[in-house]
Every structure is written in structure tokens, then in C-alpha cells.
Design a binder for this molecule. Structure first.
Ligand SMILES: [Zn+2]
Length: 161
């Protein structure tokens, strides 16, 4: 691994491998690094970003509304903070916070819009992806609350009567 700049705010140090064997090192082959300047220890997951995008690509196709954790994951994949996502979706910052802490479910419309933002970000704008993203948030609501269609008597039924 090439030398990596320290991730602590304001530190210009460089990470070097720390001898400590962590569970990350043992299980995932991710070494513990220590900053040569501030001493902060970190384990960098180089594949985490790609993994999050893979998960996001699945989440945007799911049936039913996105969960609070999924809202946060999708926001992070978009690289937006809470205020920035709120701006994109035309809601207040408080509403996004409430989605993420489970105090308020995301509406199907905002859910669909969030998915579209992620698909555009990932460059996955094929018809199947877009259709899944637009339908997914509404399928759950449709199953929960069947919509009653008024039915006109057919001509045959009228004639028979
Ligand atoms: Zn540092």
C-alpha cells in the first residue's frame, strides 16, 4: 500500500503500518495504520466505497420504501451531507434527519426521487433501473391499501337483466 495521508482534520502526517493485529487485519486483511505525526490509528477499507455503490444499486431496485439506514447509505453514496440532500429533494434539513433517525418515513414520491438521483449518480439510467426506482416505493403502499376501481356493468350483463 502506498503512503496515505492522515485523515484527521488539519493533520498533514502519513500513515505507516502499526504492528497491532486487529480483527480487521485477521478477518479482512486490512492493516491498522498509525499517523506518524498525530498518532491517530485507522484502518482504511479501500473497497468500502465500491461496496456501498453495489448495495445502493440493489436498494434503488427494491420493492417497498427505503429504510432509515438505506436513506443514509444512499445519501453517502451521493456524497451529500444532510443539508445538501434536503436541497436536492426540496425538503427541510430536519425532514432528512427525521428520515434517517426513523422518526418519519420517507414519502413514496421523495423515495422515488432519491432513487433517481442515485441512479443518475451511478450512471445506471437504463429503462429497467428507472422503472424499478419509480415503481418500488409505491408497490408496498399498493399492497397495503388496495385501490377500489368503480366498475361499470358490461353491456352483456345489462342485456341479461
Ligand atoms: Zn495525523
Amino acid at each position: 500500500m502506498p503512503p496515505t495521508r492522515c485523515q484527521e482534520p488539519g493533520c498533514a502526517g502519513t500513515y505507516t503500518r502499526h504492528p497491532e493485529q486487529s480483527h480487521l487485519d485477521t478477518a479482512l486483511g486490512v492493516p491498522v495504520l498509525q499517523c506518524d505525526t498525530c498518532g491517530a490509528r485507522s484502518a482504511l477499507l479501500p473497497a468500502a466505497r465500491a461496496y456501498a455503490q453495489d448495495v445502493a444499486a440493489l436498494v434503488v431496485r427494491k420493492r417497498g420504501r427505503v429504510t432509515r439506514r438505506e436513506v443514509k447509505l444512499l445519501r453517502q453514496v451521493l456524497g451529500l451531507n444532510v443539508a445538501e440532500l434536503a436541497g436536492e429533494l426540496h425538503v427541510s434539513r430536519e425532514v432528512v434527519s427525521q428520515w434517517e433517525n426513523g422518526k418519519r418515513p420517507i414519502s413514496p414520491h421523495k423515495d422515488a426521487l432519491l432513487r433517481i438521483l442515485v441512479l443518475v449518480h451511478l450512471g445506471r439510467t437504463g429503462q429497467a433501473d428507472i422503472e424499478a426506482a419509480l415503481k418500488g416505493p409505491f408497490l408496498e403502499a399498493l399492497a397495503e391499501q388496495p385501490y377500489r376501481l368503480p366498475v361499470e356493468p358490461s353491456e352483456e350483463a345489462t342485456e341479461a337483466a
